[in-house]
Write a protein that binds this ligand. Structure first.
Ligand code: OGA
Ligand code: MN
Length: 287
């Protein structure tokens, strides 16, 4: 089946049509999707009709799936540990009123790339809408290859060999979440990643950056933090960003976490329901 890719931004991202998800995606079509994800960084599919089961099965074509962390945020809503909850509902399906949980979700409104706080990075995320609010709750994206290529040469030279430390609790605390518990700290210790990386599948260099990045290894904390902040601001200038609106259930966005950043945006989360479920695919270990 030949896909159609309609670019959504002059520099990255496309809406893909021509995939029939109802019959399972054949290997040829899957290969076309993979190529598109590597090329565009962000691929949007409308009205896929995917269910929890077929979402997970399709995601497995990309590689091994991460499991959502067990720590104590709340009882889980889903039968499948492969599903991450990006929505605002409690396990009974009611709108969340738990303040701690709402603060935790707010962390998603900072620019980030999924799971950079894990040493074993995630390559792809597949976020599927089950219920969307009538207004707000768009997801924003930026391509870090585009950002890297636009950096002044002296900046590129300055950051070439730097390593950043990423910690889940850093971004959560930035968003107002309280100091993590000992259990939470144990579950998610910090990880270290090079700031500049080669995105092999496209042969382009990229920034690996996120609000989870707390400092630069070997630099005074404040100085590293300032650099990270400046790079995130540079990479997310309006001309580099794309807002994707969710039209309804079944909409799916696949992004490559190794070369993009994204963020959730506000909506009336105590008034409207937003049920979003994500699978996350580990980067293959031979990379
Ligand atoms: C995610 C995420 C943003 C959103 O699921 O990883 O950041 O708009 N989601 O829900
Ligand atoms: Mn995310």
């Amino acid at each position: 089946m030949a896909l159609t890719a309609r670019p959504l931004h002059p520099l990255f991202a496309a809406e893909i049509s021509g995939v029939d998800f109802s019959r399972g995606v054949d290997p040829e079509t899957f290969e076309e999707i993979r190529v598109a994800v590597h090329r565009y960084g962000v691929c949007v599919f409308r009205g896929t009709g995917l269910t929890d089961e077929s979402h997970i099965a399709f995601s497995r074509l990309f590689g091994e799936l991460e499991q959502a962390p067990r720590f104590s945020i709340a009882r889980r809503r889903f039968r499948y540990p492969e599903l991450f909850d990006a929505g605002n509902l409690d396990p009974d399906g009611n709108i969340l009123s738990d303040e701690r949980r709402r603060m935790y979700n707010k962390g998603n409104q900072l620019w980030h790339t999924d799971s950079s706080f894990n040493q074993h990075r995630s390559a792809y995320s597949l976020l599927l809408a089950h219920e969307v609010p009538p207004v707000g709750g768009d997801t924003h994206f930026a391509d870090m290859r585009v950002a890297y290529e636009a950096l002044p040469e002296d900046r590129k030279a300055q950051i070439e060999d730097l390593v950043a430390e990423h910690w889940l609790w850093h971004s959560r605390m930035l968003a107002g979440y309280p100091e993590p518990t000992e259990e939470e700290k144990r579950e998610k210790p910090p990880a270290r990643h090079r700031l500049v990386q080669l995105h092999r599948e496209s042969g382009r260099r990229t920034l690996y950056l996120a609000s989870h990045a707390s400092h630069i290894v070997g630099w005074p904390v404040e100085e590293g933090r300032r650099l990270i902040r400046e790079l995130i601001e540079f990479a997310t200038q309006p001309q580099f960003c794309l807002a994707v609106q969710w039209h309804g259930p079944g909409d799916l966005i696949i992004w490559d976490n190794r070369c993009t950043m994204h963020r959730a945006t506000p909506f009336e989360d105590v008034r409207y329901r937003r049920d979003m479920r994500r699978t996350t695919v580990y980067e293959a270990v031979d990379h």
